[in-house]
Design a binder for this molecule. Structure first.
Ligand SMILES: *Cc1c(COP(=O)(O)O)cnc(C)c1O
Length: 216
């Protein structure tokens, strides 16, 4: 079942779009099934669960932290994490830099932009993000590589609203891109319910859980 669903999604994803299989709450057996059909990139949103899965599953898995990350937990994932999607404050970015340095690593990160209407979603406003990028040199984050932006659209049936929110994230990325290096190449947007719209609006990375692993 997982293999079939995975292949169905992979068949329609354009080549330039990376699939993050969101395995949060799902058992190792489910991840192994996806792994055995070729999937290597998995997303989790809780640090303890992520560490447990990292320790017990194959070491060539690329683990992405997609959820809200507390500063005091960065140290647990810094040794192995491939990409942190949810950088939502400058303080968190500094903490990741510090832990990356301790581990002798450079950690890839995305800046989370608040594009949804809901209050509860974390992230920078577009203005705050632009200010952060202007201040980057003074922050001296030698162990961080900023790869791009991440955002979550409002949970609604109003597809036009969702499309507009994704467009605003993509245009923020396009505005920032000229002043970043070629490694600034990632727009992480789109989940099970809205990834076709996200791709249409310029996503390069989709985070899909329930459409692969079933509902949680
Ligand atoms: C859970 C989660 C997803 C995946 O959601 P689905 O609707 O199951 O595809 C994507 N992004 C984030 C940040 C999540 O927390």
């Amino acid at each position: 079942m997982i293999t079939e669903k995975l292949h169905k999604i992979k068949d329609i994803l354009p080549d330039h779009v990376t699939l993050v299989a969101v395995s949060k709450t799902k058992p190792n057996a489910a991840i192994e099934e996806a792994y055995n059909s070729g999937q290597r990139v998995f997303g989790e949103n809780r640090v303890q669960e992520l560490v447990d899965k990292y320790e017990s599953l194959p070491k060539d898995i690329e683990w992405h932290m997609i959820g809200h990350l507390q500063r005091n937990k960065v140290k647990y994932i810094a040794p192995f994490i491939s990409l942190i999607h949810g950088i939502d404050t400058p303080k968190l970015l500094k903490e990741v830099n510090k832990e990356a340095q301790k581990n002798g690593r450079i950690i890839d990160c995305l800046i989370q932009i608040h594009i949804a209407e809901e209050e509860s979603k974390h992230g920078f406003s577009i203005e705050e993000a632009k200010a952060l990028f202007e201040d980057l040199d003074s922050l001296n984050l030698k162990n961080i590589r900023l790869r791009g932006l991440m955002g979550m659209a409002t949970f609604t049936d109003d597809t036009e609203k969702v499309a507009n929110e994704f467009s605003s994230l993509k245009s923020c990325f396009d505005d920032l891109k000229p002043n970043q290096g070629s490694h600034f190449d990632t727009v992480s947007m789109g989940m099970s319910g809205d990834y076709p719209i996200a791709i249409e609006k310029g996503s390069t990375m989709v985070r899909i859980g329930s459409s692969i692993f079933g509902s949680r």
